[in-house]
Design a binder for this molecule. Structure first.
Ligand SMILES: Cc1cc2nc3c(=O)[nH]c(=O)nc-3n(C[C@H](O)[C@H](O)[C@H](O)COP(=O)(O)O)c2cc1C
Length: 250
């Protein structure tokens, strides 16, 4: 599965990051967490540490006992700089929740904490999930900062779409669909598959970077198939909702 670096900043939605980490770990992903100092007032590092099975870092000046390695990776023999090694090892850097303050810092290119330094040092895709009060979100400063980030290639995840899935589930699934290397099993025998394939393919092909799909016999298939309900059938409602422009973490 994938190595996800999760940056947690200070806001109420920090508690949702715990669920995101739990789901990602249960789904076989390796997760490391960096927190802003303020975010620890909302959720402490002990919880993230327990869920990821890896040290949680807040400052560039603290020693990383894992030396920048993700769970399952062999730590290097030398002691690297934590912010550089962590992002170098990550396949995606997700900042969720992203506070208005952190968004402003990212847009300004500030690097006065580990979360922000990681964003500057990242060569992998960077995604931010803003989470804040409506007025803070709609404020011209926040909107301008988000626009700056978009223009620099950061993916901003934001639309609030009603869905049965929790925001953590939606965010993780969205990430898997769009940024992570995943093997989705294609249920080639299902009746409504054919009519939906071309629509899904059209929507997804611009976004999926490295997804391989296999049919029932393990053969790679060029069709992209994202999302299955529990019975193994395609859950079109959730699939299509997930593929709209963004997801919500507020
Ligand atoms: C109870 C409480 C809840 C807050 N919730 C949010 C929030 O949801 N979103 C946000 O952008 N800021 C929120 N803030 C303000 C941030 O915590 C504050 O701007 C802080 O400086 C963010 O720091 P950071 O971005 O370094 O983590 C909240 C503050 C308090 C006291």
């Amino acid at each position: 599965m994938a190595r996800i670096l999760l940056g947690v900043s200070g806001g109420i939605a920090a508690y949702k990051a715990l669920e995101l980490v739990r789901l990602a770990s249960a789904g076989g992903h390796e997760v490391r967490v960096v927190q802003t100092p303020t975010s620890r007032r909302f959720v402490g590092e002990a919880s993230f540490q327990a869920l990821t099975g890896a040290p949680v870092l807040v400052s560039e000046f603290e020693r990383d006992p894992a030396r920048g390695a993700f769970p399952g990776q062999r730590p290097p023999t030398h002691e690297p700089l934590s912010h550089l090694e962590l992002v170098a090892n990550a396949e995606v850097y997700l900042i969720a929740p992203a506070s208005a303050n952190t968004i402003a810092k990212l847009a300004a290119g500030l690097a006065d904490n580990l979360l922000c330094s990681c964003a500057l040092a990242a060569t992998c895709p960077v995604l931010v999930a803003p989470a804040m009060n409506n007025h803070m979100y709609e404020h011209a400063s926040t909107q301008a900062n988000l626009q700056v980030l978009r223009e620099r290639g950061v993916e901003v995840l934001l639309e609030n779409i009603p869905n049965q899935l929790s925001s953590a589930e939606r965010l993780l699934t969205f990430l898997e669909l769009t940024h992570l290397k995943m093997n989705f099993c294609l249920d080639a025998g299902h009746a409504n598959m054919k009519e939906g394939v071309s629509t899904a393919y059209t929507i997804l092909k611009g976004r999926i970077r490295s997804t391989h799909l296999h049919d029932n016999n393990g053969k790679e298939d060029s069709h992209l198939f994202p999302f299955f309900s529990e019975g193994g059938t395609i859950d079109w409602k959730n699939t299509m909702e997930l593929l709209r422009p963004g997801v919500c973490f507020a």
